[in-house]
Design a protein around this ligand. Structure first.
Ligand SMILES: O=C(CO)[C@H](O)[C@H](O)COP(=O)(O)O
Length: 222
């Protein structure tokens, strides 16, 4: 069994009846969603809010009942993946392009669980290029302003065209190499006009489930 699958499937153990669950995006939570689909088929009652159109269609296919922020304002639990996790529980997310909805859903959740494998654990964030969601208008100027923070922003492409997020925006993948102060960087990025959201998730995760070749580790905050 691959490590992402181990971690993703382990995460369902934290789902209880009648919970409202945030469903993340990516190849790790794919396994969570599949397991959850089976649990729902076996009678578990939950409702879910997806963090992307991709997750929404998978969850619908598996018969997982959906809700939305027009019906609920708080979720019990969100399960998602991460591209990098540092020793202070800070994350880089957005490799799959869903960072804005992922952050909104995580911020509305009482508990935020990350399922990942040991390749995602790092001492300092930044080797993985930081995804930054920007509005398409004047994105070139936004990219120049971001570059002045000492990185190389690259416009994410899809079939030779700019990649478009579920919110109709672009993504700039920003290579910083080392992000020594994630909070400071996050604040600076959010001050740039045109930046909608960044893939820096600072001190939001409560529990990390780390799958490796043959076992699973749980890392609790504190
Ligand atoms: O942030 C994300 C999507 O926007 C994903 O959680 C992140 O990219 C990790 O993905 P995977 O589970 O496929 O490694």
């Amino acid at each position: 069994m691959i490590s992402k699958q181990l971690a993703g499937e382990k995460a369902v153990e934290f789902i209880k009846a009648d919970m409202t669950i945030g469903l993340g995006t990516g190849s790790t939570v794919y396994w969570t969603i599949h397991r959850l689909g089976k649990m729902v088929k076996n009678g578990l009652q939950i409702r879910a809010i997806p963090t992307s159109k991709q997750t929404e269609s998978l969850a619908k296919e598996l018969g997982i009942p959906m809700t939305s922020f027009s019906e609920v304002s708080q979720l019990d639990l969100t399960i998602d993946g991460a591209d990098e996790i540092d020793t202070h529980f800070n994350l880089i997310k957005g490799g799959g392009g869903a960072l804005l909805r992922e952050k909104l859903v995580a911020a509305a959740s009482k508990r935020f669980i990350i399922a990942a494998d040991d390749s995602n654990l790092v001492h300092t964030l930044g080797k993985f290029p930081l995804p930054v969601e920007v509005v398409p208008f004047a994105w070139e100027v936004t990219a120049q302003r971001i570059a002045s923070l000492n990185c190389k922003p690259v416009l994410r492409m899809n079939n030779k065209k700019p990649y478009i997020t579920d919110n109709g925006n672009f993504i700039l993948d920003c290579s910083f190499e080392k992000i020594e102060n994630p909070l400071d960087l996050s604040e600076k990025l959010k001050l740039i006009p045109g930046v909608v959201e960044t893939g820096l998730f600072i001190d939001m995760a409560d529990l990390i489930i780390v799958g490796s070749k043959n076992d699973i580790r749980l890392i609790n905050k504190n």
